[in-house]
Design a protein around this ligand. Structure first.
Ligand SMILES: *Cc1c(COP(=O)(O)O)cnc(C)c1O
Length: 808
């Protein structure tokens, strides 16, 4: 069979012609009468068309090779804008620009209509996007699975300094980047009861059926032919759930209610990123995702294979945190109940298929579900989990005879007033590999949170340090720096081989190169200043040190410590102690979960302090502070290239890895940070002399707590701290009260070290050449933090897959 393979050519003439054709046939209009949305959608389709050929060839190559696939399951994705990405990855950015100019269309106006897919909250979702990007770039056969939420993230605005959440209706005008695939719909059951079959087999009779309807978006690799996909599932009411008798009886409203209830499953993502929520709808979402994904994986497996014994050779399912862990029980159910495999046979397949990435050490973020809820919603899965646990505990007893403490510690079921399912335990028991996301994190996981498991199965535990896409966070975010790097290195191969940045080391002391490096930073700060003025009305000085803290608001990340230092600078400048002060622009970005009041208070304080600083004529020549609302990937792309100083100041032992620390270092920001998460590895690589280290390390944190930490002692001993806390007490009394009486995250214990370290930052900034050198070296030595390296680590240590190149 021959395919008609349209190879859309990359000349402005052809691009323009295809755009007009899409305008005409897809939007039913002409250039003269096209709305801005018409023009944007036609542009998007014209760019998308240029990836389709590669996608078709990728699918054919994968079919041919019948390789082992990576199936990445994640409840969240933060993909960022697709237009800039796909223009770059299809190599059509220049010809699109000329074509648009020829048609009298403005690229900037059309880009403004490209919206970020709202499918995630923060770092976990962005990591998923960076890994998919790297897998495609490395020609790894992979599919990402997720939920196509209607509302996957809220829009943040401030009213009188307080966060208000607004719906982000990202699909309002339609999403030109996705393909619908209604033929691949899957059915998902909930509730109901089980009936015995033979042996351990049971039949589950669900009480409710919901349909999952997939669509996919293209995930192109950079400088390669591979285009993978991310498949997103939307809940639809099944035909059976139309209650015809009610329709007949004129109860239209009641009949439709059922439909609404079903479709609610993919309506919203709970906007919390790191505390456990325990809402029934969330468990429904999780089961919905894993069932749709598993059935799709099996459908794909059967295209070329038929023997279950080949399944684990062809399928790796990577679980991004515990949200998709119910897949372990669901696969067992499919294999045992539906396919009739023996339990042990099914278990050996299941265990080999799954791998689990843990993203936290915080006990409050470890997901558990009440047994009673699971029993009601997923009765068969609960039985299967009990059986998995029973057999697992037998293994534990054999290893630790008579040690009931061990059984309690490791059991998948937590006993107590109410029994709960520990999803992380199920994940470890049901996977062949478990990984943390930075060296320190992996070490602490094995030493504390999952200690018992690491003792039982040491070979199962790995570290895979996170990484970020250099395409997204250097090339697209920072075109000026990219151009300078390419010029110096002679070509742009560094974009898919980031260790080549090492070639910049020799330029670090070159005064001419330094000058150009500074010019890039200054122009980027000017861009940020322009945007900041437009959105906040505050005028930043493009020559001031740009000092940024961008991440979700969470107490452990200690945005509060950052604010305390701003208050210190404010006091000092007012008193005329400006010797150690250099002009700074303090930039904040980040959202707080809507119900996380402590974080929201800190946000309110930050906004109040910003107003205080900016409106004080004695202070504002030295200090400006902005809080850019609605932090997202696009805002990250604006802020990161402008940054000189990267604030990574979490309490040691709390941040699993962090990735904004990597993005910022790659863009030449120096880090001020604690020995936490990936900061440790950043410092090791860029060199201690190019990193501002302060604060307690994990051992010292433990020692401080051991001795009985009293934050008030620090307050009483340090006059400057006293003054700052007293100011906070006037602005937000509850925060000052918490600091003095609880201070869970040792903010006051680290205060003095932090402020003194910030004074070192100011002195270093005055040495322009020295600072620029350190900035260049941060970039030159951060190649390790490419998500390409992360994916290579997964391939080598966990997935055991090799690339499948796609021919030209
Ligand atoms: C990178 C990124 C994050 C993660 O930031 P951390 O500092 O690692 O917590 C969150 N949100 C967005 C939009 C990002 O790009």
């Amino acid at each position: 069979m021959t395919y008609v393979t349209p190879h859309p050519s990359n000349t402005p003439g052809d691009f323009g012609r295809d755009l007009l054709s899409n305008l005409y046939y897809q939007r039913g209009t002409t250039l003269e009468s096209a709305s801005a949305q018409d023009a944007y959608h036609s542009l998007a389709l014209t760019v998308r068309d240029r990836l389709v050929d590669r996608y078709i060839r990728t699918a054919a190559a994968h079919y041919q090779a019948n390789p082992r696939f990576i199936y990445y399951l994640s409840a969240e994705y933060m993909l960022g804008k697709q237009l800039d990405q796909n223009l770059l990855y299809s190599g059509t950015a220049d010809c699109a620009r000329s074509a648009l100019a020829g048609l009298g269309l403005s690229p900037a106006e059309l880009d403004a209509l490209d919206v970020e897919p709202g499918l995630g909250n923060g770092g976990l979702g962005r990591l998923a996007a960076c890994l998919l990007d790297a897998m495609a770039t490395l020609d790894i056969p992979a599919v990402g699975y997720g939920i196509r939420y209607d509302f996957g993230i809220f829009k943040q605005a401030f009213e009188d300094g307080a966060q208000v959440e607004r719906p982000d209706d990202w699909t309002f005008y339609g999403n030109p980047w996705e393909f619908h695939a209604s033929d691949d719909q899957q059915t998902v059951g909930f509730y109901g009861h089980t009936e015995p079959l033979d042996g351990v087999r049971k039949s589950w009779v669900p009480g409710e059926i919901v349909m999952g309807e997939p669509s996919h978006m293209l995930v192109p690799g950079y400088a390669t032919s591979t285009v993978n996909i991310i498949r997103l599932w939307r809940a639809r009411a099944s035909r059976e759930s139309f209650d015809l008798s009610r329709f007949g009886a004129g109860q239209y409203g009641e009949a439709v209610e059922e439909i609404v209830r079903s479709e609610n499953i993919s309506k919203v993502l709970y906007p919390d990123d790191s505390t456990e929520l325990g809402r029934e709808l969330r468990l429904k979402q999780q089961h919905f995702l894993v069932t749709c994904a598993l059935r799709d994986i099996v459908r794909r497996f059967r295209l070329r294979n038929s023997d279950w014994d080949d399944f684990a050779g062809k399928v790796v399912i990577q679980l991004n945190d515990t949200h998709p862990v119910m897949a372990i029980a669901e696969l067992m159910r499919m294999l045992v109940d539906e396919e009739g495999l023996e339990w042990d046979h099914a278990w050996s397949i299941t265990r080999r298929v799954f791998a689990y990435t843990c993203h936290t050490l915080l006990p409050e973020a470890l997901e558990t579900w009440p047994v009673r809820l699971v029993q009601r919603l997923l009765p068969r899965h609960m039985e299967i989990i009990f059986l998995i646990n029973h057999l697992f505990l037998r293994e534990v007893s054999a290893r630790y005879p008579g040690d009931d403490g061990k059984l309690r510690e490791l059991s998948i079921i937590a006993e107590g007033d109410e029994q709960r399912v520990r999803m992380a335990h199920l994940a470890v028991v049901g996977s062949s590999a478990v990984n943390g996301v930075a060296e320190l994190h992996s070490r602490l996981l094995a030493a504390t949170t999952l200690h018992g498991f690491a003792e039982l199965w040491p070979g199962r535990f790995h570290n895979v340090t996170n990484g970020v896409s250099p395409r997204r966070f250097v090339r697209l975010a920072n075109p000026r720096l990219s151009e300078l790097i390419t010029e110096r290195l002679g070509d742009d191969r560094w974009l898919s081989d980031l260790d080549r940045l090492g070639g910049l080391e020799s330029a670090a002391d070159d005064p001419e190169f330094q000058e150009r490096w500074r010019q890039v930073k200054r122009l980027n700060r000017q861009d940020l200043a322009d945007q900041a003025l437009a959105t906040t009305g505050v005028a930043l000085d493009p020559d001031a040190l740009c000092d940024v803290m961008i991440k979700r608001f969470h107490e452990y990340k200690r945005q509060l410590l950052r604010v305390l230092h701003v208050v210190v600078m404010h006091h000092r400048i007012r008193r005329g102690e400006v010797a150690d002060v250099v002009p700074r622009s303090i930039v904040f970005g980040g959202k707080a979960a809507p119900g996380y009041y402590a974080a929201k208070r800190i946000m309110q304080l930050a906004n109040t302090v910003a107003g205080m600083v900016n409106e004080d004529p004695a202070v504002s020549p030295y200090l400006k502070m902005i809080f850019l609302p609605d932090y997202n990937v696009s805002r990250a792309q604006l802020i990161i290239p402008a940054a000189d100083l990267s604030e990574q100041i979490s309490l040691a032992g709390k941040e699993a890895s962090g990735t904004s620390n990597m993005k910022l270092a790659l863009n030449g920001a120096l880090t001020i940070g604690t020995l936490d998460g990936a900061n440790v590895e950043i410092r090791d690589r860029v060199g201690a002399e190019n990193f501002f280290l302060f604060g307690l390390d994990t051992a010292e944190v433990a020692a401080v707590r051991e001795k009985g930490y009293r934050s008030r002692d620090f307050y009483e001993r340090d006059e400057e701290l006293r003054e700052v806390v007293d100011t906070v007490a006037r602005l937000e009394p509850q925060i000052a009260d918490d600091l003095l009486n609880h201070d869970e995250y040792l903010t006051l214990a680290d205060f003095r070290a932090y402020v003194d370290c910030q004074d070192r930052v100011a002195r270093a900034w005055r040495d322009t050449a020295g600072w620029t050198r350190a900035s260049i070296l941060n970039t030159a030595r951060s190649g390790f933090f490419s998500s390409d390296r992360t994916v290579r680590d997964y391939c080598r240590d966990i997935w055991h897959v090799t690339p499948v190149p796609v021919g030209e």
